[in-house]
Design a protein around this ligand. Structure first.
Ligand SMILES: Cc1cc2nc3c(=O)[nH]c(=O)nc-3n(C[C@H](O)[C@H](O)[C@H](O)COP(=O)(O)O)c2cc1C
Length: 304
C-alpha cells in the first residue's frame, strides 16, 4: 500500500506533502467553494497579528516575468477575529490548520504564540521574513543570535509544533535554520519572497503603491530549491519548502532536495485547482517508480 504521508512532529502528520501557502489562500473560504480542502496535506492561513492590520496602499500586486510581486503589507483581521470567525470553519476540514503569525516586537510574537495555543490550531508558522512591512518580520530573521532568542521565547509560549519561516535574504540560510533549530523550532519553512520592484515607464512611477514588494512564483523556484538543499545539510528538523512550486514535478524536486512538504502559493492564484492535480501527479509518480513511501524521495538527491 502506497503511503504519501509525512510526519513533521509527533503531533503533526500530513496525509500528503502538499500545503497551501500563507497569504495566497486567505482563510480557506474562497478555495473551499472550488474543491474539498480535506485533500490537502495542510492549510497555511494568512499571517495574523495581535490587532487587525490594514496593509499597504494599492496597487499591491503586479505581474512580473515568471512570477508576481506583492506588497500586501500583512493585512489581516487580527488573531481574535480569526479565532472566532474563521477557525471554526477551517476545523470542519480533515486536514491540519497551520496558523501563520508575525509580530512587530518580541513580546508580540510571544503573545501571538500564546493566544494560538488552542484547540483547532494544529501548528504555528512564525514569519520572520516579510520584506513588505517597515516594522516586524525581516529584522528578526537576519541575525542568528536574535532569531535563536526569539524562537526560544516563542517556544516557551506554545506547545504547538513551531515552524519558523526563513528569509532567503541572508548570505548563509543554513546558519539561520540552525539558529531556529537551536531555539527550539520543530521545522523551518524555506523560504519567503525576495525584494523586487516594477516601474511604469509611462508614468515614471513604481507600479506598486509601496514602491517595492516581494517576488514569488516560478522566477524564485531555483533559489528556493538551492536554499532547501543548503538547509537540509545543516539541520535535523523537517524542512517545508516555499518558493515557486506549481506542479507535481516541482514538489518531487523539492522533496529530493530535502523538503518534507511543499507549500503552493502563487501557482494557486493562477489555477486554484492545481492542488488536486499536484497531489494526483505525486501519487502517479510514486506508483510509476514503485515507491511505497514519500520518505524514499526526501533528501535522496544523487550528488557527485
Ligand atoms: C499575495 C501574497 C501574500 C503573502 N502573504 C504572506 C503572509 O501573510 N505571511 C507569510 O509568511 N508569507 C506570505 N506570502 C509568501 C508566501 O507564503 C510564499 O512564501 C511565497 O509567495 C513564495 O511561494 P510561491 O512562489 O509559491 O508563491 C505571501 C505571498 C503572496 C504572493
Amino acid at each position: 500500500m502506497m503511503d504519501t504521508s509525512v510526519r513533521i512532529t509527533s503531533t503533526l502528520t500530513l496525509k500528503n506533502p502538499v500545503l497551501s501557502a500563507s497569504g495566497t489562500f486567505a482563510y480557506g473560504e474562497e478555495f473551499s467553494k472550488l474543491f474539498d480542502l480535506s485533500i490537502l496535506g495542510g492549510i497555511l492561513t494568512k499571517g495574523l497579528s495581535l490587532k487587525p492590520k490594514e496593509g499597504n496602499p494599492t496597487p499591491r500586486v503586479c505581474e512580473a516575468p515568471c512570477g508576481l510581486i506583492n506588497a500586501i503589507g500583512l493585512e489581516n483581521i487580527g488573531v481574535n477575529a480569526f479565532i472566532s470567525d474563521k477557525l471554526p470553519f477551517l476545523c470542519t476540514f480533515d486536514t491540519p490548520i497551520i496558523v501563520n503569525f508575525f509580530g512587530t516586537r518580541e513580546e508580540e510574537y510571544e503573545l501571538m504564540a500564546g493566544r494560538l495555543n488552542i484547540e483547532g490550531v494544529s501548528a504555528v508558522e512564525m514569519n520572520v521574513s516579510c520584506p513588505n512591512v517597515s516594522k516586524g518580520g525581516l529584522e528578526f530573521g537576519k541575525d542568528p543570535g536574535i532569531l535563536r532568542n526569539l524562537v526560544a521565547q516563542v517556544r516557551k509560549a506554545t506547545e504547538k509544533p513551531l515552524i519558523v519561516k526563513l528569509t532567503p535574504l541572508v548570505s548563509d540560510i543554513g546558519e539561520m535554520a540552525l539558529a531556529a533549530q537551536d531555539g527550539g523550532a520543530d521545522a523551518v519553512t524555506c523560504s519567503n519572497t525576495i525584494p523586487a520592484m516594477a516601474i511604469d515607464e509611462k508614468t515614471w512611477r513604481p507600479v506598486l503603491g509601496n514602491a517595492t514588494g516581494g517576488l514569488s512564483g516560478p522566477a524564485i523556484k531555483p533559489i528556493a530549491l538551492r536554499n532547501v538543499w543548503e538547509v537540509a545539510k545543516r539541520v535535523r528538523i523537517p524542512i517545508i519548502a516555499s518558493g515557486g512550486a506549481g506542479s507535481w514535478q516541482d514538489v518531487i524536486q523539492f522533496l529530493l532536495a530535502g523538503a518534507s512538504a511543499v507549500e503552493i502559493g502563487s501557482a494557486s492564484l493562477r489555477d486554484p485547482l492545481c492542488f488536486r492535480s499536484i497531489i494526483e501527479g505525486i501519487e502517479s509518480y510514486m506508483y510509476d517508480h514503485n515507491l511505497m513511501s514519500v520518505y524514499e524521495l526526501i533528501g535522496k538527491l544523487k550528488t557527485p
